[in-house]
Design a protein around this ligand. Structure first.
Ligand code: P5A
Length: 445
C-alpha cells in the first residue's frame, strides 16, 4: 500500500481529551475518530488492527471446537422479560421503541437470545455439548465512557455460550474457554492473567477475569509475581481432553491472583513477601459458569439418555475485542508511539524512501513493495514527498514492527536497512535478504 493513496489522517498535536497513552496514540495515528461519547468510527489503520484481532479470536475459538454464528445488535425486550433481566439491567441498557411501539434494546450481551436459539432447535442430549459464539457490536450506556476504546459505549465483543448436559461438562467448557483465551492473548503479544472475579449482572458463582497488567488499568489487582512468568507457549492442547485442559487451568490459577472484588488479605499474606504485588490491570475478557440461570426460566431443556427432561447447564465467555487495541498499546509503546506485536500489526513492514523522486530510490522502493506483497506480506510504503525525519516519525507513531529504509547511499552498495521498531537496531542487507528475513519473521503468523 502506498501512503499517498491511503487514508492515514495523523495528528501532529496531542489531543487534549486523551488522558491515557493508548487513546492519545490511537487518535494521533489516525486509527479512530470519536463520533459521540464512547462511540467511534474506525479509520482504515484502526480497522485493520481490529480485523487482525478478530481473525485471531476466530481462529482460536474454532480451534477449541466453538462454532461461529451472528446474532443481531437489536433485540426484542420480551426475551429479557423472560429471564427477568429487563428490569434488573438498569440504565446501562439502551432501550428503543420501534414504530409499532414494541420495546427493543441494543444488546449489551446475548445470553437470552442464544438461549432462545437453542430452545428452538435443540431438544436431545445427543446434540450436546454445543458452544456457539459471535463477534458483534454491543452497547452499554456506561456512566463514564472514557479512555477511548477502552471503556466505550458501543464496543466490539466476542461472546460465546456453552450448552452442556450437566455441571461437570459445563465446567469443561469453562476450562476450554480459559485455555483458548490464554492462547488468544499470547498470540497478540499479551500476558493476560486469569483472576478470580465477581460475576455482576451476568450471574453465577464461577468466574474469572483476564487482566493485562498496566498502570492505567481500571481494576486494582493483587497477585503473586510468579504468575506473570507463566506461558502457554506452543504446547499442543487437545481440547477434548478434560484432564489436560483442567491441568492447564490449575497451572494458571493456583498462584494468588485476584481483583479487588474478591481480594482476600489472609490468603494474600501467605504469598512470600517479595512476590506479593499490588498493581492495576485492564480486563480484556471474562468467563462465567452460571448453570441453569437462563435455561430454567426460558425453558431450554433436553431429554437425557434416560428419558428425563432437564434444563441445560450454561456459561458465557467474553473477549473485549475493541478494548484489546487499547490494552495492547498500553502494554507495548514508547515515547514516540505504538510498537505493534507482529501478530496484530496493521502492516507487517513499513518502507521509507529517503529520497523521493530519486530514480534509483523510487525503483528500489517499488520493487521492495512488490517483492513483499508477492511473498504474502503486507507493507505500507511512505512515498510522500517529505523529509526523512517526518517519515521516520510517522512510522514510529503508527508502530509497524519492521521498517525497510531505502536511501541513495545504501543503494550505491546494493543495500537497504532493516530496522526493528522494538529494539531500534538496524542491519544493512541486500533487498532480497530483507524480504527473506521478513518472510521468516512472519512465517506461520
Ligand atoms: C460474557 C460474554 C459478558 O458480557 N456475556 C457474554 C458475558 N461479560 S463482560 O465481562 O461483561 O464483558 C466481556 C468483555 O467485554 C469487554 N467490555 C468492554 N469493552 C469496551 N468497552 C466497554 N464498555 C466494555 N464492557 C465490557 C471487557 O473486555 C469484558 O471482559
Amino acid at each position: 500500500m502506498r501512503l499517498t493513496r491511503y487514508f492515514l489522517p495523523v495528528l501532529k498535536e496531542n489531543p487534549a481529551e486523551a488522558q491515557i497513552v493508548s487513546h492519545r496514540f490511537m487518535l494521533r495515528a489516525g486509527m479512530i475518530k470519536q463520533q459521540a461519547a464512547g462511540i467511534y468510527s474506525w479509520l482504515p489503520l484502526g480497522y485493520r488492527v481490529l480485523r487482525r484481532i478478530e481473525e485471531i479470536v476466530h481462529e482460536e475459538q474454532q480451534r477449541a471446537g466453538h462454532i461461529p454464528l451472528l446474532m443481531p445488535t437489536l433485540q426484542p425486550a420480551d426475551l429479557w422479560r423472560e429471564s427477568g433481566r429487563y428490569d434488573d439491567y438498569g440504565q446501562e441498557m439502551l432501550r428503543i421503541r420501534d414504530r409499532h411501539e414494541r420495546d427493543m434494546l441494543y444488546g449489551p450481551t446475548n445470553e437470552e437470545m442464544i438461549t432462545d436459539i437453542f430452545r428452538s432447535h435443540v431438544s436431545s442430549y445427543r446434540d450436546l455439548p454445543l458452544t456457539l459464539y459471535h463477534i458483534q457490536w454491543k452497547f452499554r450506556d456506561e456512566i463514564r465512557p472514557r479512555f477511548g476504546v477502552m471503556r466505550g459505549r458501543e464496543f466490539y465483543m466476542k461472546d460465546g455460550y456453552n450448552f452442556d448436559i450437566d455441571k461437570e461438562a459445563a465446567l469443561h467448557a469453562y476450562n476450554r474457554h480459559m485455555v483458548s483465551y490464554l492462547r488468544t492473548y499470547e498470540r497478540m503479544g499479551l500476558t493476560a492473567i486469569p483472576m478470580r472475579a465477581d460475576s455482576g449482572p451476568i450471574g453465577g458463582d464461577d468466574t474469572h477475569e483476564f487482566l493485562v497488567l498496566a498502570a492505567t488499568g481500571e481494576s486494582e489487582v493483587f497477585y503473586d509475581d510468579a504468575v506473570t512468568g507463566l506461558r502457554l507457549g506452543d504446547r499442543r492442547i487437545d481440547y477434548d481432553d478434560r484432564d489436560q485442559v483442567a491441568a492447564v487451568c490449575r497451572e494458571f490459577t493456583s498462584l494468588y491472583a485476584r481483583t479487588d472484588e474478591t481480594h482476600d488479605e489472609a490468603a494474600f499474606a501467605a504469598v512470600p513477601e517479595d512476590r506479593r504485588k499490588v498493581g492495576r490491570g485492564i480486563e480484556v475478557g471474562q468467563i462465567f459458569y452460571f448453570g441453569t440461570k437462563y435455561s430454567e426460566p426460558m425453558g431450554a431443556t433436553v431429554v437425557t439418555a434416560e428419558g428425563n427432561r432437564v434444563p441445560v447447564h450454561m456459561g458465557s465467555h467474553g473477549i473485549g475485542v475493541s478494548r484489546l487495541l487499547g490494552a495492547i498499546i498500553e502494554a507495548s509503546h514508547d515515547d514516540r508511539g505504538i510498537i505493534w506485536p507482529e501478530g496484530v500489526t496493521p502492516f507487517q513492514a513499513g518502507i521509507v524512501n529517503l529520497r523521493q523522486g530519486d530514480g534509483a530510490c523510487d525503483v528500489a522502493c517499488d520493487a521492495m513493495l512488490a517483492a513483499l506483497e508477492a511473498k504474502g506480506l503486507t507493507a505500507l510504503y511512505d512515498d510522500r514527498d517529505e523529509r526523512a525525519g517526518a517519515k521516520f516519525a510517522t512510522m514510529d507513531l503508527i508502530g509497524l514492527p519492521w521498517r525497510v529504509t531505502v536511501g541513495p547511499r545504501g543503494l550505491a552498495n546494493g543495500k537497504v536497512e532493516l530496522t526493528s521498531r522494538r529494539s531500534g537496531e538496524s542491519e544493512e542487507m541486500t533487498p532480497e535478504a530483507a524480504v527473506d528475513r521478513l518472510a521468516q519473521i512472519y512465517a506461520g503468523r
